[in-house]
Design a protein around this ligand. Sequence first.
Ligand SMILES: [Zn+2]
Length: 126
Amino acid sequence: MTTLDLDKYKAILEAKQAELSGSLSNRDEIVIEKAPDALDEVQMAGERELAIRNLDRDSKLMAQIRRALARISDENFGTCLHCEEDISVKRMNAVPWAAYCIKCQEQVDRREIHVEESEDWFAHAA
Ligand SMILES: [Zn+2]
């Protein structure tokens, strides 16, 4: 991988990581509040669910970014984990933490390729 400017991606990934760790450490939204009436309670439950979903999404993204940074150190950044082809620069610019080329990503999304769940995310979730 010589065509990608690794320092540039590293900076982008680290910035995103810092941004996410800020929002992940702010978990106040998930405090369970006792609402005075049923309607508020329903609304709060909805907000809580949304907050948990966001947290879940951010945590997964965080794990993807961590692995992308590890791939930069391992010098296999920008290479599809499945077919080992180079991931297009266009895709790397759009999704700097992409681990698969577009073709393989589509198969991952359709669960035609088995992807190991991010072990590190579960380790950190405890
Ligand atoms: Zn691929």
